[in-house]
Design a binder for this molecule. Sequence first.
Ligand SMILES: *Cc1c(COP(=O)(O)O)cnc(C)c1O
Length: 402
Amino acid sequence: MSNETAEDVAALCADYQMDTYVRTATIVRGRGSRVFGPKGNQYLDFTSGISVVALGHAHPAVVDAIKAQAETLIHSSNLFYNEPVAKLAAKLSKCGLGGKCFLCNSGAEANEAAIKLARLWGSRNGGKYEIVAMRNSFHGRTLATLAATGQSKVQKGFEPLPAGFAFAEFNNLESVRAAVTDKTAAVILECVQGEGGVVPATPEFVQGVRALCDEKGIMMICDEIQCGMGRTGTLWAFEGYGVKPDAFTAAKALGGGLPLGALVASPAFSDVFTPGSHGSTFGGNPVACAASLAVFKVFEEEKIPANAAKQGELFRRGLEGLVEKYDQLLEVRGKGLLLGLALREPRAGDLLDELRAGGLLACKAGDSVVRFLPPLNVSDADLEEGLEMIADALDILFGEEE
Ligand SMILES: *Cc1c(COP(=O)(O)O)cnc(C)c1O
């Protein structure tokens, strides 16, 4: 264990890491829904590493799988076949769209692969290349995924962005229809927008996009990076809408905490890439794939997506009780255990600070929404403790204003 203090660690990061993140606490260790600082101070972690450690920190099944695979083979590259990689690809097909996948290391890379696949397919099918994305979406930080992200604040200063992206209003089918041209190759959307404010799509919208894509012969791509892997109560969020996309992307929780991303396609789009079309040195790393297989096993044995739906209801009811109590709160948004507490004023940062001071970690989704991403196996007791901490923080922040 390290002997650096929290201040030492923070100073080192500030001096030697580029200033791309606003960091707050120093974390040394994690277990279940808790993380611990250098002095043993603890937090209830309702960020789950931004929706990554879906089974909580240091889940024994995931830790064991990582240890065993690390002792066997850490990396061999995509020049060779390897069992955990093969098994994960088969698993993703079986629980996905019945086709093939491309494995990579992050969400942005998975979406980058999806964009390239849509373009390659489009180039062979009438010279189509445009991607229609949604306003307030989030698809990643590489140039192409940034171009697909419908938030000008993250694009500013990086122009010219790659061309070929058009935007439509989320939950407005007519807007999507209007954005589609004879050059449109694909529509990409999150069934529940995460970073964009925790906004679920309506069933009519998702089903309408599916029908529109069928009518026009264009690809429907779901970004499941945040809303997938059980978080919204079904393994993939699109299942909750009764549709199947032509392809979807996964990352965040996919690798059980290790970097892993996937582009998963239906059979019709599984053979667009051929040798040389795309690649990644680390993509489909055996240790990350072994961790992922362990995650899927626990998901099946413990019915984790259904548990996320159940615990999500419990948590939502608690949050709704708080919305009743405080005028400063607008509403509870989201699905399953991807929940946002929307404030009337842009004071999400203040609430986060107050929550952290009281021992609860959460995220933002824009300046007016506090986003809660507890582990999907969170206990009733931890949820209740979290709700009490939220109630206390709201009381400190807004109590006297009542
Ligand atoms: C986090 C996220 C991404 C980007 O994933 P990275 O692993 O950070 O590159 C893309 N899409 C959605 C919906 C996300 O939440």
